[in-house]
Design a binder for this molecule. Structure first.
Ligand code: G4P
Length: 288
């Protein structure tokens, strides 16, 4: 598995975000609740130089609520860090963000010392959607162009809490193999960046371990406990009529079906990594 980013592009984005973070009191890092660790950008931590950080596990409507709780506890146990779960159905997200920011920087606040915050995160985690909800207007979507700050404005989340309306965007950095697959399954990395069948098979293998009931229910499968991941994908192909002439399963088509349905949340509320798994994956990657 290989995903290539353009180093020049990345360096510019890094510099832009570092410059903009200078006057910031609290960094709000948006993560995808289905893959909180894989959707983090480790550079944000380095660039924010130990500033208090609020981790927002967004799209929690798609994630497994039990696992979201594990992740929130995991982040909340870290010094200088608070975490909360969120999704686009939340009508007044600003109130919760403001409360968490105040806890993180109790010595700031008041009109003399407003709390200045910036939202950072990889593309597609929901930064623009959240900012739009809080401003009640449609901000120009920066697309997938990191570091666009032209015409940037500050939004008052409270009398003394200011949010910059251009999110700080950095591409994901793939530290562990499993994280790469999870990013691809979520749709955070471009469709052409990875082999869809490989990604779908990894996804199926994970679902077989943790969400076998949801998988069998969605595709009306019988007992899958003795099957291999590719055999399950073949069965999905058969069930959904994704077949070539001659009765051969169209694995590419079946992969697209599984990935699209996972992304749309119709297989169920699923999270692709747990804190203990992530720790083990990182350890394994370091040993390699
Ligand atoms: P970004 O600025 O971080 O790049 O992300 P953006 O807000 O553009 O959101 C990326 C996609 O994720 C959008 O879908 C958006 O609707 C969806 N999204 C954002 N927040 C949530 C959430 O809490 N839950 C769910 N389920 N989805 C969320 P899209 O298909 O790209 O566009 P559209 O359907 O909004 O047109």
């Amino acid at each position: 598995m290989a995903i290539q980013w353009f180093p020049g592009h990345m360096n510019k984005a890094k510099k832009d975000v570092a410059a903009r973070l200078k006057g910031i009191d609290v960094v709000i890092e948006m993560l995808d609740a289905r893959l909180p660790a894989s959707s983090a950008n480790p550079m944000i931590k380095a660039l924010s130089r130990g500033k208090p950080t609020l981790k927002v596990l967004n799209k929690q409507d798609l994630a497994d609520p039990n696992v979201t709780r594990l992740w929130l506890d995991w982040y909340n146990a870290k010094p200088g860090t608070r975490a909360l779960g969120l999704d686009a159905s939340e009508r007044s997200p600003a109130q919760r963000l403001v409360a968490a920011c105040r806890e993180l920087v109790p010595n700031r606040g008041g009109l003399e010392k407003p709390i200045r915050v910036m939202i950072c995160g990889i593309p597609n985690v929901g930064k623009s959607t959240l900012i739009n909800t809080m401003t009640g207007r449609k901000i120009a979507k920066t697309g997938n162009m990191p570091g666009v700050t032209k015409g940037e404005q500050r939004i008052l989340l409270a009398d003394d809490v200011e949010l910059y309306d251009t999110p700080g965007m950095l591409w994901p950095k793939i530290e562990v193999e499993e994280g790469g697959y999870n990013l691809a399954a979520s749709g955070a990395v471009g469709r052409n960046a990875m082999d869809e069948e490989e990604v779908a098979l990894e996804l199926i293998a994970y679902l077989m371990r943790h969400y076998a009931d949801a998988l069998t229910a969605r595709y009306r499968l019988d007992d899958i406990s003795v099957l291999q991941d590719y055999e399950v994908l073949e069965m999905v192909a058969k069930k959904r009529g994704a077949m070539f002439g001659g009765g051969r399963p169209n694995m590419q088509k079946a992969s697209e079906i599984v990935l699209t349905e996972f992304r749309d949340g119709v297989i169920g509320r699923i999270t692709l990594e747990r804190p203990d798994e992530w720790t083990a994956w990182v350890k394994k990657a370091k040993e390699l």
